[in-house]
Design a protein around this ligand. Sequence first.
Ligand SMILES: [Zn+2]
Length: 411
Amino acid sequence: MNRTTLNLPKAVSFDTLELPEQNCPNCSSEGLLVFYRLDDIPFHSCLLMFNKDEALKYPKGNLQFGFCPSCGFITNTRFEPGVHNYSADYEETQGFSECFNAFAKSLAQRIIDKYDIRDKTILEIGCGKGEFLALMCRLGNNRGIGIDPAYVPERNPDVTGGKIEFIRDFYSEKYAHLKADVICCRHTLEHIAPTQQFMKTLRQTIGDRKDTLIFFELPDVMRVLGDGAFWDIYYEHCSYFTAGSLARLFRTCGFDIDDLYLDYDGQYLILTAYPAQSQTNMGLDIENDLEQLNTAIKEFKENCSRRIDYWRGIVEQATRQGQRVVIWGSGSKGVAFLTTLKLDNQIEYTVDINPYKQGRNMPGTGQQVISPKFLKQYAPDKIIVMNPIYCREIQEELDRLNIKADLLAVS
Ligand SMILES: [Zn+2]
């Protein structure tokens, strides 16, 4: 492909590079292959700023995708541990979306029914604001222990019928004494760089309690690579999994996989496992993905650069014609979309239904976050939705507010 025909920001590179001496943090094999670089992106994408100046000056780092041919894991080899601030200001919740809540509720019910999680103790590592744990406790009359440095006591979720306690901290060996029937970890492992070390610690803390159910949920990178979905690649996520690389990690660290599948329109990997009895059980078909992954990585340059070029084109053409463009979704995907495309002046606002985000500014590019209602006076011509799964919910909101605009979704 001739790069000069495409409109790509300088910070993006698809040049390949071998790192023969670098070990894979997921399987310890030597040798990683770099295939994507993205410079100058904000360390955080869920931490919003109080003003534009602070947002533009927000500390930035670089991302470099290193692929491990042995286990299929992808890691940001330029990730600097310790730059993150997962404090009470961290605003990761998706709990203001009806669509997301419906998914969380059906997932919780499914897990409760399948594994008969009733009158049990559930430990959630990285519980965020605690909504999912509260749901599991409410639906199954369970007891919960949530661990997360970003938990906010004032936003206590409804735990009718269950019992729950929260610990504002990162999970570590010091919580080995907390005995649980279920250990749940959703959208957290992708923020942890030494994945094998983390899973080995978890396995050690479980000890001989071999009937402990383990339940993980995290994004699937196969879809991100295949779609060239650059809006799903950002600094906060330093670890990127396919079904296979996730399963290989679990097996290496002494777990047997009970179930592994994709959900949420194919975006998330859902895994349930138990500590392995002696030898780990047979692999599932979904784990045999190394060949497909190699192809996806080879095609990523083409897919991703075309997507970047396409969306820059859409925004630049609209603004040239004097049209107003807004982004819907101020979370990580919104930050990644704006920072990868290097869009700042062309887009003034980002819409979000989470009231805790409104009035704040997007790290890196500075757009102010506004409520859907504000669009009535701003009258945008185009709204770019950061996840197509929310299009219906958003269109209904626009109809309620009588706002006419073109709705485009990243895909
Ligand atoms: Zn590996």
